[in-house]
Design a protein around this ligand. Structure first.
Ligand SMILES: Nc1ncnc2c1ncn2[C@@H]1O[C@H](COP(=O)(O)OP(=O)(O)O)[C@@H](O)[C@H]1O
Ligand SMILES: N[C@@H](CCC(=O)OP(=O)(O)O)C(=O)O
Length: 374
């Protein structure tokens, strides 16, 4: 049996579960299935994997709670159903994870939240803080305030954006089919499962053209698009049948089930390419000769002790330029401290950061994964 090392090695995963699955084709929330997924996710957490769940199903659960048999066309009715259904969804996730002594947190996001830099960074910090303390964030679209997304359904995209946000190794999309087929299997009995492709492969578009199921909104097209988005930060995507026995555990063990869509390059390489291509920097760190030498050797982080001076106003996570004492640019990277904090710790050894700032967020001024030598 061939195995997939990407899945065995993953440390951080986003798992997206679609409406059709969660609600057992609209018959109300499928508690039994949910409990099986939670058991498997709890197994991943025991192994030290950090997991974010992106859970659809608010509209479908809401419709079932309200006794509505057909999906309403009116936006405000969809939003009302989502608001009712979201209560049921998070109650179930919370109750199921409680059996494993794992806490959950509700995160409702819109795409706007993730395109605004400040909100993006805030969202990232919150998700990271939750993962640090072993909580499983349960993410859904904030259906009360979005319009187009609720009409078209876009949790596949949301899953990819969350994978970008937390720099996940991979995105697992659980759906009602065994994976991506070369044609819509609901319409073509002879459709064949695609096992592995590059996410960028253009042939996937024609295969995924068949539209969505009755309850889901995006179909395979949004899943392929999500895989491309996730690939931008170097994450792989697996599209797999959520009703396949122990699907998550088997994927983790490297078993070849579902469809694996691969990024062109790994997580760190993708991030470095993004940094190198980013023109706008927010500030400048002048490095001493020792730091310049160490950085040019490659594979090393920049420590505060090698920083002589700090110019500009920037916030943690923003891009800064690193120059030598003659003003030549050496490197570029995402800084771990705000400008004022960076000024306070510049030239000091990392074990004095707590003494100076009263806290420490990172030992490095710029971590090597976030640093590109020019
Ligand atoms: N090439 C394909 N392979 C698999 N499923 C396809 C394909 N083309 C279209 N589909 C449809 O996509 C549906 C899954 O998408 P969707 O209904 O949005 O599910 P979810 O709720 O999981 O997001 C399948 O039930 C299937 O009918
Ligand atoms: N926010 C919506 C998600 C709709 C959606 O994207 O559904 P799906 O295609 O099943 O993932 C809900 O919870 O109903």
């Amino acid at each position: 049996m061939s195995t997939r090392s990407q899945l065995r090695q993953a440390r951080r995963l986003v798992i997206k579960i679609g409406s059709a699955l969660l609600t057992n084709d609209g018959k109300g929330l499928d508690e039994a299935a949910l409990s099986l997924w939670v058991d498997q996710i709890a197994g991943l957490i025991d192994e030290g994997v950090e997991v974010v769940v992106v859970s659809s199903g608010a509209v479908a659960v809401g419709m079932s709670r309200l006794g509505w048999v057909s999906r309403p066309d009116q936006l405000h009715e969809l939003q009302a159903a989502a608001a009712v259904g979201q209560m049921g969804l998070v109650q179930s996730w919370e109750a199921q994870f409680k059996r494993h002594d794992v806490h959950t947190a509700q995160i409702l996001l819109t795409h706007d939240d993730l395109s605004d830099r400040k909100r993006y960074l805030n969202g990232r910090s919150t998700l990271r803080a939750l993962l640090d303390v072993g909580v499983v964030p349960i993410v859904n679209e904030n259906d009360t305030v979005v319009t187009d997304e609720i009409r078209f359904g876009d949790n596949d995209t949301l899953g990819a954006l969350v994978a970008n946000l937390i720099e996940a190794d991979g995105l697992i999309i659980l759906t009602d089919q065994l994976g991506l087929f070369d044609r819509d299997p609901r319409k073509h009995a002879d459709a064949r499962l695609v096992t592995e492709r590059k996410a960028s492969d253009r042939e996937l578009d024609a295969m995924a053209g068949g539209g969505a199921g009755v309850l889901g909104r995006g179909g395979m097209q949004t899943k392929v698009r999500a895989a491309r988005l996730a690939a931008r930060s170097g994450a792989f995507t697996v599209i797999v049948g959520g009703r396949v026995e122990r699907a998550i555990t088997r994927l983790r063990q490297g078993e070849v089930i579902g469809t694996l869509l691969l990024p062109e390059q790994g997580r760190v390489a993708a991030r470095k390419q993004w940094i190198a291509g980013h023109l706008q920097t927010r500030g400048t760190l002048t490095l001493d000769a020792g730091a310049v030498k160490v950085l040019c050797l490659g594979g090393r982080s920049l420590l505060p002790v090698g920083v002589k001076s700090v110019a500009g106003q920037f916030r943690r996570g923003e891009m800064v330029s690193c120059i030598d004492e003659s003003g030549r640019e050496i490197a570029r990277g995402l800084v771990n401290y705000d400008a004022d904090e960076a000024r306070a710790i510049a030239g000091r050894s990392s074990h004095r950061i707590t003494e100076v700032l009263g806290y420490i967020s990172d030992e490095e001024m710029i971590h090597r994964d976030n640093l590109v030598i020019i």
